[in-house]
Design a protein around this ligand. Sequence first.
Ligand SMILES: [Zn+2]
Length: 330
Amino acid sequence: MPHRASALVVALSLLAAVPAGAAAPADPSPYATLAAIEARVAAIGFRLTTANAALCPVQQPQFGWIWGDPRLYDADRRAEALAVYGAATRDAPFVAAIAPSSPAAAVGLRVGAAVTGIQGSAVPDGADAHPFARITAIETWLATMPPTAPLALDAGDVGPLTLTPVAGCVSDFRVEASEKAGAVADGRMVLVNQGLAQFAADDDELAAAIAHELAHNVLRHRARLDAAGVDRGLGKQFGRSARLFKQTEIEADRLSVWLLAGAGYDPAAAARFWTRFGQRKGRPLIQAGTHPPWRDRVASLEAEAALIAAARTAGQPLRPPLIDAPPPLE
Ligand SMILES: [Zn+2]
């Protein structure tokens, strides 16, 4: 017993020597970091798409969620990842993030809830073995539905729910667990790399990066570039293909500032973000053919922000460029 008592005294004196709050917290699970970024992207994506809905020539229902799927994780880390979301380990897609004040939040859906049925049908399984195939199938199906029609969801232990979506611009959102500071828009989806979200200084800057990708989708750049027959391979860096890619980058930059303003973000955040992005260490030079020099991009972003400020000062409505009549890609 004396031995245990003296051990206790040693333990207490050690505790007393450590000031309150100085204990180093355990590193969060990498999946917790990813889930926190998904929550930010869900909130920003919902706000950008719905606040700007009236501008968008094509709309889709927006629910304010990002989907998760056990199939996204390697088998040996799957349980750890799903525990972060509070998701069951069975093979069902689940809700990975919910935007505040969104239809998903309003109806009491929770992060981690498994979704087994939509509109009385089993959740579609996806056409191929790609880890995101099932999520893509779900999102593609939902995007074809009327933008404000109620949706019946079988949400596992949360129970059956009916959500009424908000009309928004075309786009679903996804976060990729990649360190590379990049993002992609394919016409229906915006994919943000974890590295890009971590590079953004704050939510306004992250919104600027996301608004750029959203602008690509609103302006249908992927489909229009394909229709123009651009080379997506090595030839992308040269000649006509490079010129057309560059045109779409300039257009996405210009519209992005107005999308930020329309959603109540700081329009000046675009110039801030792309200045830091243009000056970042280790940036690839390979984009030189398809993207304007970063100083030109920032000058264009500042010019749009100045137009927005002038319209606001004059009490005029914001009229974004390009949406009604984008110049042809030829
Ligand atoms: Zn772009």
